[in-house]
Design a protein around this ligand. Structure first.
Ligand code: UDP
Ligand code: MN
Length: 473
């Protein structure tokens, strides 16, 4: 029995998963797949992989919701194809609903005990369904997700993810994966026990049908796509449930290789996030607005109406977000992004300030030294993650290539990062990986920032404009 696409033998956790025996009276599942202009092959690969892997007795139906697709093959050819498949239904929406309301439309037609929402470009692995159903049958207040493996969008190669991850988010309400931290590892009884996860990804998620409907389904005022997984997860935790990843269940998902260029998408995500902030974050919403200026401006201009969701919160007797931070995701409260130092970065030796020069592409951008001014390009922030972020382009961090300091996308890497700096009390800024010091030096006609062996010369002495008193060593 092979357990991974790369051909390694099934051992350890994999073997334990295969040895699990499941009750013959598992709940039944309705799988709901909402799609908009999905490729024929990936859509049917999703459907067939479910039919090929799910035990017949456990699969009530597969409900496809066509969210106003335009592509030819998805019209009559798809209807015809689906009509020949046992237990597969196709619902057509005559309005563009977006995935959130599309999934709710499918859920309204579902009759299985459990709802499983799935993206239209997935591949289910053998044995994926039973562990989800088993967990939900003993724990009805849970929202569960499989391990979501990566299918390469270009080659369709299947990559089994190694190591266990959980879903988290940052103050911009963007979703990320991270390795399961030690304190969560400790509470798990075995390698196949569920992993408590602050949030689950949107691609595949399962819960009891009545639980879903009774606890507010999805927020029907969210449009298009995006952040609904955060809303579902945060609400579940706050209103008495739990959110988990089930390690014996695996489904592959084709991650998108680019964010849709359509501006409408971007705007929809921001508005959906604002709804989360206004409904669930309480006073913590200010943190979100601080990290997402566009959201702040939109929320001021539009004053979103979340009264229905706030009533739901009352009706369900939900806890506040402080509880979530204390009990589910304490790492969020750590001032990861609050600066320890900020403002202009002044070089004592040359008497100039660091200055960001944006280029057309990242590779053409640079950091130079210029006469100090109040330009936003001279605003930097040094945070507790040891990054020096650019105030005018907050996703960029000081990085190093060939001994020169340059702006690059912040990586969030914890080890071996080129982007970690020690801002020392003596004014030296040490690049952690190389132990060299940041130094102002002339190159051609301009002043650049380079790394040099630390020698305390004045060109290696820097002053941040503001210190925020959190700098402890
Ligand atoms: N989708 C939809 N209507 C929309 C946007 C997306 O039905 O307006 C579907 C899409 O076909 C997919 C699911 O919603 O099955 C999730 O979208 P996507 O895979 O693009 O999101 P991602 O996985 O990248 O977060
Ligand atoms: Mn997807």
């Amino acid at each position: 029995m092979k357990c991974s696409a790369s051909g390694s033998r099934c051992a350890g956790t994999c073997l334990r998963c295969l040895q699990q025996k499941y009750d013959s009276s598992l709940p039944t599942a309705s799988v709901i797949i909402c799609f908009h202009d999905e490729a024929w092959s990936t859509l049917l690969r999703t459907v067939h992989s479910i039919m090929d892997t799910a035990p017949k007795a456990s699969l009530k139906d597969i409900i496809l919701v066509d969210d106003l697709s335009q592509q030819g093959p998805l019209k009559s050819a798809l209807s015809e194809y689906i009509s020949k498949l046992d237990g597969v239904k196709l619902i057509r929406s005559n309005k563009r609903l977006g995935v959130i309301r599309g999934r709710m439309l499918g859920a309204a037609r579902a009759t299985g005990d459990v709802l499983i929402f799935m993206d239209s470009h997935c591949e289910c692995q053998k044995g994926w369904l039973e562990p989800l159903l088993a967990r939900l049958s003993s724990n009805r207040n849970s929202v569960v997700s499989p391990i979501i493996d990566v299918i390469d969008w270009k080659t369709f190669q299947y990559y089994h993810s190694v190591g266990l991850h959980r879903g988290v988010f940052d103050w911009k309400l963007d979703f990320h994966w991270e390795p399961v931290p030690e304190h969560e590892e400790k509470v798990r009884q075995s390698p196949i026990s569920p992993i408590r996860s602050p949030v689950v990804a949107g691609a595949v998620v399962a819960m009891d049908r009545h639980y879903f409907q009774n606890t507010g389904a999805y927020d029907s005022d969210m449009t298009m796509w995006g952040a609904e997984n955060l809303e579902l997860s945060i609400r579940t935790w706050l209103c008495g449930g739990s959110v988990e990843i089930i390690p014996c269940s695996r489904v592959g998902h084709v991650y998108r290789h680019h964010v849709p260029a359509a501006f409408a998408y971007e705007e929809a995500i921001v508005r959906n996030k604002i709804r989360i902030a206004e409904t669930w974050l309480g006073p913590f919403k200010e943190n979100f607005y601080k990290h997402d200026t566009v959201a702040f401006l939109i929320s001021k201009a539009e004053k979103p109406d979340c009264s229905e969701r706030l009533q739901l919160q009352k009706r369900l007797g939900c806890r506040n977000f402080q509880w979530f931070v204390s009990n589910v995701y304490p790492e969020l409260s750590q001032p990861g992004d609050t600066p320890r130092f900020s403002g202009k970065l002044y070089n004592t030796g040359v008497g100039f300030c660091a200055d960001y020069r944006p280029g057309k592409a990242t590779a053409e951008s640079s950091i130079k030294l210029s006469p100090c001014s109040d330009s936003l390009t001279q605003h930097f922030e040094y945070n507790s993650m040891k990054e020096i972020r650019l105030g005018s382009a907050p996703l960029f961090c000081f990085d190093v290539r060939h001994g020169k300091v340059i702006p690059q996308n912040c990586t969030k890497e914890t080890d071996n990062s080129h982007q970690h700096w020690d801002v020392q009390e003596n004014g030296m800024i040490v690049h952690v990986l190389s132990s060299k010091c940041m130094e102002a030096a002339k190159s051609e006609d301009e002043m650049d920032l380079f790394l040099s062996v630390c020698n305390k010369n004045a060109n290696q002495v820097w002053q941040f404009e503001h210190s925020h008193g959190l700098h402890q060593r």
